[in-house]
Design a binder for this molecule. Sequence first.
Ligand SMILES: *[C@@H]1O[C@H](CO)[C@@H](O)[C@H](O)[C@H]1NC(C)=O
Ligand SMILES: *[C@@H]1O[C@H](CO)[C@@H](O)[C@H](O)[C@H]1NC(C)=O
Length: 362
Amino acid sequence: MARWGCSPCLRRRRLLLQVLQALTALAALVALGAAGGAAPRCHHTHAYGMLAADCHDVQLRDVPQALRSDVKALDLTMNRIREVPAGAFARYASLELLYLDDNAVAVIEDGALDPLSRLRVLSLALNSIVEVPRSLLRLPSLQRLVLSRNPLAPESLAAALAAAPEDGPLQVLALAGCRLRALPPLQRLPRLRELNVSGNPLDKVSAAQLAPLCSLRVAALGDAHATLDFCDCVLLREWSERDGLQLHPPQALDCAGRHGETAGAARCANSSAAREAQALRAQCGRTLQAQERDEQRRRLWAWVGAGAGAVAAALALLALCCWCCRRRRARRASPARTPARSRKNCDEDEEDFAPMTKKYTK
Ligand SMILES: *[C@@H]1O[C@H](CO)[C@@H](O)[C@H](O)[C@H]1NC(C)=O
Ligand SMILES: *[C@@H]1O[C@H](CO)[C@@H](O)[C@H](O)[C@H]1NC(C)=O
């Protein structure tokens, strides 16, 4: 009796508990929304036909974590982001365009950008980056990288460039105003089309340094063009006429009056420096051709593989049809005899295998 009597109060207590639980869950949700408070300051839009998040100039101190994770373009320019920690972009693997210009970024932790395997454009101009992340040039889709106006450490930049895969997709590299005194090593960028190193106090620029860039079409050298020797200038002019290389400023191709002019343009063409530069350029051309051949071969094999798969599937289907037809015909011809015959076959098989079995069980 007592048990029955207490049942309603028990039920009421349970109900109260459930209401309390629901309330706490709601409170937690509200708190979460407030913590991800960055999101309301950003807004989602469509730009260039893709989902974009516009977080430009909204006083962010961190990369916001409450945006849609399928966002493809993210504008974080003009904020106060100082640090990009390792997990900052883990949620945004779909990003193709990322603009982080004009922040206070001083540290990009190792691996922070690694999840961005689809990133095509990364703009980090006007920050305080000293150490270039080692894996930056290994981003597999990166075509345009802007690091202009950062106090880059030359060794760190060189290390990142040395780690670039030779068949990487990088086409545009902007290093304007990075306090560089020498051009970084650019041997591993055979596809680079645009290089901007203006506004750097470069001690010397030579044709040999640009020679490994056989796809280069635009090179902004800034004041450093004045350090080109006569013969280097003649060589660059040749590439400009033959391959369409544009130099900025255009005075870079005014060769008269430069250091070493006494050599004469004809003798320049046969100097050891010129031959070395031409050799580097030819090497780059061969690398590109080899990559193209590999790519064609890969495509061909993919086709062959797909074709072979289709043929095998068709043959398998045909064999299955034949087998079915034959079985049906056999059944129709003598429905009773078939099992007996197959039984006999099995016995024969057993006899055939008997000596072998004996041999192996000994
Ligand atoms: C190179 O970069 C500087 C600084 O960002 C810019 O003003 C200039 O227009 C760029 N030059 C070219 C040819 O893109
Ligand atoms: C170029 O230089 C090499 C040796 O340095 C010489 O044998 C050759 O005749 C020169 N060619 C021309 C066209 O001057």
